[in-house]
Design a protein around this ligand. Sequence first.
Ligand SMILES: [Zn+2]
Length: 178
Amino acid sequence: MKYDVDRPIKADKRLPAGVADRLPDGIADETARREFFMREAIKLAKTAADAGDVPVGCVIVRHNEIIAAAYNEREKEKCATYHAETLAIERACRALGGWRLVACEMFVTLEPCPMCAGAIANARVPKLYIGAPDPKGGAAGGMFDLFKTNVNHKPEIFRDVLADECGELLKSFFGKWR
Ligand SMILES: [Zn+2]
């Protein structure tokens, strides 16, 4: 099947409240662009923390438009697979009407776990931007690196995008709950 990278998005993106629809005009610098989208993911991570969930947020962007956004809802929805990335991938697939996230970029505040790294490979996400590293549970070089195996798809990975801000969020969350 041939994939149209410019195919229109269905109207029902249903982004969580307060999330930007797209990159504002005037941001031409690549670093500023990455940080803009990571800040949207950080907003979502804060929403997760407010609900008692580990603060992880994720946005999926296509042509500088946010097509899906999610945050960790494991506690809120009492479901082990409701990580920010899996929820965002599901929503992006629905928005695009297909499971291959061609021409998409994922911004996530914490290095993905093995489940999410697997989902990222399965969805063929071309570019992955990571905020904070996760030396204990990360599957993109922290605990191990799924993308250094023979997995059938490897995204291009950009690390440490606002890593300090993303990490602080986690630190203060665990400080509060311990
Ligand atoms: Zn995960």
